[in-house]
Design a protein. Structure first.
Length: 254
């Protein structure tokens, strides 16, 4: 089945795919795991995994989508009818993710007006967020997802860079009179901590980094397969996948 529309070019695809990958996993979960798993030690392990396993999985997802020109439900069945069940498994993942992403999206939508103070507001703004999302999808790939990603993603990057720079200027004095600065926190963030490192702890850190990789890059969830089905044949998959990985990782690091 031939797609009626597609991404206009490499930039639109990369911004849209990066917009799907960048999310709560980058902004909240990544720094939490980094602080939990030895700072720079987690960073080093994650970077190795994302440039090997992550890049390979992302390239594979996009390649399957572009090759079959099908969504995640039908792509595996197109390759081999015995693999149809894989499409349904990958479909379950974003379905489960939407159950809480839509709630968080509602919180963010409400935050632009004021803080949430009533039990009704989260439901109302969650439905508003879902309606806005559905409208963007309804507008199509080029006039909807790509068009909005071209504006939203650069704005998000500028916002995150601004917050990252501002955080370095912060300082806090505790009850004992000790002052801690944002720059000190940054050094803790990037400095590997090998204190108490054992084989079991190292394997746990690798497991955390690998789970973060899947969550952050949106690989093996069917999302990138669907995006890849709208990618033109003239586009270089490896180049686009690398750009997505770099953009996603930069946001996580900041």
């Amino acid at each position: 089945m031939k797609k009626s529309s597609s991404f206009s070019g490499s930039l639109g695809f990369v911004l849209a795919a990066a917009g799907s990958a960048v999310g709560v996993g980058n902004i909240w979960r990544f720094p939490y795991l980094c602080a939990k798993d030895g700072g720079g030690l987690f960073l080093l392990i994650y970077l190795v995994l994302v440039l090997t396993f992550g890049f390979t999985l992302l390239t594979t997802d996009v390649a399957i989508g572009r090759r079959t020109k099908q969504n995640a439900l039908n792509a595996f069945a197109t390759l081999n009818k015995k693999w149809r069940f894989l499409g349904y498994l990958t479909f379950l993942v974003p379905t489960l993710i939407m159950t809480y992403y839509s709630v968080i999206g509602g919180w963010i939508t409400k935050y632009f007006a004021s803080f949430i103070t009533s039990p009704v507001s989260p439901i109302v703004f969650m439905l508003l967020f879902l309606a806005l999302t559905a409208w963007v999808v309804y507008c199509g790939v080029e006039k909807g997802i790509e068009k909005f990603s071209r504006y939203i993603m650069p704005g998000l990057l500028l916002l995150i860079i601004g917050i990252a720079i501002f955080s370095l200027t912060l300082s806090y004095t505790d009850e004992s009179g000790v002052t801690r600065t944002g720059m000190e926190g940054f050094l803790v963030y990037i400095t590997p901590d090998f204190t108490g490192l054992t084989v079991q702890r190292f394997l746990n850190i690798v497991l955390d980094a690998m789970s973060q990789l899947f969550f952050s890059l949106s690989v093996s969830m069917g999302i990138m397969i669907t995006y890849g089905s709208y990618l033109q044949k003239k586009e270089n998959i490896q180049k686009n996948a690398l750009l997505i990985v770099v953009m996603d990782t930069m946001v996580a690091l900041m």
